[in-house]
Write a protein that binds this ligand. Structure first.
Ligand SMILES: [Zn+2]
Length: 148
């Protein structure tokens, strides 16, 4: 999600599945992140893993994006309020620490306001590095599964 509503949100997961070309460094950074297991550990140690990945992505793409966790991250609830603010260039995760949501907001940082482009970038990257998690997501997908 961005601060302005954009209406090109894909209506299904299937329509954005594609073989997107990613930089080798991006895939390697995601693989390192996967080896750390982003779902394991207490919140602080999980945030540290996300920060490491975040700094790698900043370096790979040569952009200075900030990363923050909203206090609601403690609730472990829906991450749909998460956003990327293009003015302050800040990714803020809400509700819970979600790998796919984090990548989605990175999609906005790289591709701009388009929901379709942000989803396409993040979902296919997630699918490539976390195929098992992706299949689970695909089986459970309802409504705004690609957000936030
Ligand atoms: Zn979005």
């Amino acid at each position: 999600m961005t601060s302005d509503a954009v209406t090109d949100y894909p209506s299904s997961l299937e329509e954005i599945i594609d073989d997107v070309n990613y930089r080798k460094e991006t895939i390697n950074a995601l693989k390192r992140f996967k080896r750390l297991n982003p779902w394991k550990g207490d919140l602080d140690s999980r945030i540290t893993k996300f920060c490491k990945l975040h700094l790698s992505l900043c370096e790979i793409y040569g952009i200075d994006v900030k990363f923050r966790c909203h206090p609601s991250i403690l609730e472990n609830s829906h991450s749909g309020q998460s956003n990327y603010n293009p003015i302050s260039r800040t990714i803020t995760l809400h509700g819970r620490l979600s790998v796919l949501t984090f990548l989605h907001e990175w999609g906005h940082a790289l591709k701009g306001r388009s929901e379709r482009e942000a989803c396409r970038w993040s979902v296919n990257l997630f699918r490539r590095v976390f195929p098992n998690n992706f299949e689970r997501l695909r089986n459970n997908a309802r409504g705004h599964f690609l957000s936030g």
